[in-house]
Design a protein around this ligand. Sequence first.
Ligand SMILES: C/C(NCc1cnc(C)nc1N)=C(/S)[C@H](O)COP(=O)(O)OP(=O)(O)O
Ligand SMILES: [Mg+2]
Length: 561
Amino acid sequence: VKFTVGDYLAERLAQVGVRHHFVVPGDYNLVLLDKLQAHPDLKEIGCANELNCSMAAEGYARANGVSACVVTFSVGAISAFNGTGSAYSENLPLILISGGPNTNDASQFNVLHHTLGGYDNTYQLEMAKKVTCCAVAVPRAADAPRLIDRAIRAALLAKKPCYIEIPTNLAGAACVRPGPISAVTEPVASDKSALEAAAKCAADYLTGKLKPVILVGPKLRRAGPEAEEALIKLADALGCAVALQPAAKGMFPEDHPQFVGIFWGQVSTDAADSIVHWADALICVGTVFNDYSTVGWTAVPDIPLMAAEMDHVTYPGAHFSRVRLAEFLNYLATTVTYNNSTMVEYGRLKPDPPQIHSAASGDQLTRKEISRQLQGMLDSKTSLFVETGDSWFNGIQLKLPPGAQFEIEMQWGHIGWSIPAAFGYALRYPERRTIVLIGDGSFQVTAQEVAQMVRFNLPITIILINNRGYTIEVEIHDGSYNKIKNWDYALLVQAFNGTDGQAKGVRVNTAGELEEAIRAADSHKAGPTLIECTIHQDDCSKELITWGHYVAAANARPPRP
Ligand SMILES: C/C(NCc1cnc(C)nc1N)=C(/S)[C@H](O)COP(=O)(O)OP(=O)(O)O
Ligand SMILES: [Mg+2]
């Protein structure tokens, strides 16, 4: 049997660890889909549309480390660019693959369907270059091995998406078999002298400092599980307080004695805000200081920082390239001097845990009561997805038990991300209990993918907070545009069952009804459960109101003269 370009791509995807590839078919990619489907290690996962397909691949990459999304030219890929943008901003190697025009058409000036209707169909590759770390279009079968290997390697090393365009008449064209996969996957080790110099610089940075704190950001996890383990080693060696940025929640154990809370300016948790502002040395690990994580630039640390990134380390007045994060943190753990002064201070500052009262069974449901009951659902097997909206603030306030996972998309912040992303994630981790906390507005963007949860019998629990509109936007800047048409969400998911599905949908208005619905969801394993929680439209977290005020102020800064 002829070995083809499509077979080459399938083999490479399987060799780098892809086991499910997310697809929407189109006549530019059908032969390619046949080749991928034929690979024994790849399972084809159809999605309802290319936005959801790319977001499902984004969520899969969070669990699997790498993912593949296969779409048709132009009408498919341009929607998939959105989930690809999410993967870019969230540092995930999503491999975006698009079918493309027949290689004879360009020179014959043929106008093709699905395109903009001109003769130049290179626009998609040009667009892809902007949302990936490497974008290639295969011109001839002979070029396929070089270009496919280059794009996949670039994505794996940079933890960014890549783009591979396969013309519709090349997917089935004869191609050589791939060489050793190590040529694609071999990581780049730290430069030894840069590593030692960076560690020496750390010692200088910490010398004379009385109150060091470690601040963890979302890029820690993207540097691999070995980086998360190395961070714990460094924390244990230093003995100092460890605070997390909101998008890093779950990347350091919250039951660790040195965990002091989520540092998020005025909406921080525990004693994180006061400890970070009390510090005289800040070891930033994979941090992202954007307008949302700094509460509209009101929570930017005001001391010189040491910043350890995925492949470089910076200090006031120094920069060291090619220093890999895990190796750096492990090395530092062997050289730092123990200094737990910030933990002594934390002992003084630690606030009493908030008194959370359970509502009476018949009480109208409130955001607080939902959070209290959601807290009770979390355990070592839980993976909680929190969607853009007040769900961010409700999720951040929860305590993660050991082993519980937390997923958030705070850099890209695309409402609706959590439904397809949780679907992709749960395919990779069927043994975990995936829960989604999402608002009504977000749910309306990508609701179709609940049907895939039904199709693959995934017992995902969706807690939908129906507060009748775009409340986060109301708090930032209100207007008629923040109102939306209400749906019967509980009924909708039952419509996804068709004749053979096992989705359950229920609307709850009181604390007692929510308890009942959660109990039922706990034992419903044959498919997803959506629990629509109706709360008052002004029932939002005080943190959202504070945060929204400062973000609105940041948006409103007048143009520089
Ligand atoms: C419209 C928008 N953001 C703007 C926006 C618009 N379009 C996309 C794709 N992503 C976005 N974040 C946001 S956060 C809504 O308040 C979400 O509403 P909902 O899901 O209902 O949550 P809350 O009620 O808690 O706010
Ligand atoms: Mg809402």
